[in-house]
Design a binder for this molecule. Structure first.
Ligand SMILES: [Zn+2]
Length: 258
């Protein structure tokens, strides 16, 4: 069986849907779909391991995404997260799998994607940091490797992360910049945001097909939440929504029926 085209780990399974789209189930990237053309393009790319790790982490955070030639470049240039952002992602992912405080979560290799890590060594380094800062506690499980639980300082940190930008009044709007969308923005999206007491922020009309630029990242980082409208299926909109979600912001999804 061929390795996962994104992270290159051995995959659970993949199958072709009508030959045009393959569905892949990868222990690290999760489930995603990729078109035949995107798969062929990907094989011609030379991709740095860090780019693969970022793409894999993004796919894990956004399950059942479809990779096409329109969003492939964007996926493979997903911005890296900092060491502390990776540690926070792992903590939040542990929380999602914890039903009661004190529960131990068994370790497995898919945690690499929880933290957008390059490899297991980096994951272990971050787990070591979380343990030494007393946010998590590890416990060996007989014959099964370690398990971890969130410690008191970890619960505190989780609350702090969730209060991210609590003072911000800005709402980031991710949408297609097409003339047909202006009316929807004016009469629906921006009005609803203003009515809720926030200030909509829409990056100007520049199309950003290949990369989410620093200005967009900076604006998402200082927003309270993200509103994403997927009309037109623009790659940039998916990535802005995914980026906001990865930061722990609330993301409201919307699509115009036409
Ligand atoms: Zn993978």
């Amino acid at each position: 069986m061929e390795p996962c085209p994104i992270c290159q780990e051995p995959i659970d399974y993949s199958f072709n849907r009508g030959l045009e789209v393959s569905s892949v189930s990868c222990l690290r990237c999760g489930n995603y779909h990729i078109t035949r053309e995107a798969l062929a393009n990907l094989k011609t790319f030379s991709v740095e391991p860090r780019q693969r790790a970022n793409a894999s982490g993004w796919l894990y955070d956004n399950p059942s995404s479809k990779i096409t030639t329109h969003n492939l470049d964007q996926l493979m240039s997903t911005a890296s997260t900092s060491f502390h952002e990776r540690a926070n992602k792992i903590l939040l992912a542990m929380e999602r799998r914890t039903e009661y405080a004190g529960e131990f979560v068994p370790y497995n290799k898919s945690w690499i994607s929880w933290g957008w890590c390059l490899n297991e060594a980096e994951l272990k380094e971050i787990l070591g940091f979380l343990a030494s800062s007393q946010r998590i506690i590890s416990q060996p499980v007989m014959g099964r490797g370690p398990a971890y639980k969130i410690a008191a300082d970890g619960w505190q940190k989780i609350e702090d992360i969730k209060k991210i930008n609590a003072d911000s009044l800005q709402a980031f709007v991710a949408m297609w910049f097409d003339a047909t969308m202006q009316d929807i923005y004016d009469t629906a999206i921006s009005e609803a945001i203003l009515a809720a007491g926030y200030k909509p922020h829409r990056v100007d009309q520049r199309e950003h097909n290949n990369k989410i630029d620093d200005e967009i990242i900076a604006q998402i980082r200082r927003s309270r939440f993200v509103v994403a409208d997927f009309t037109g299926h623009r790659g940039g909109v998916y990535f802005e929504a995914g980026y906001g979600k990865g930061l722990g912001l609330e993301v409201f999804l919307d699509m115009q029926k036409r």
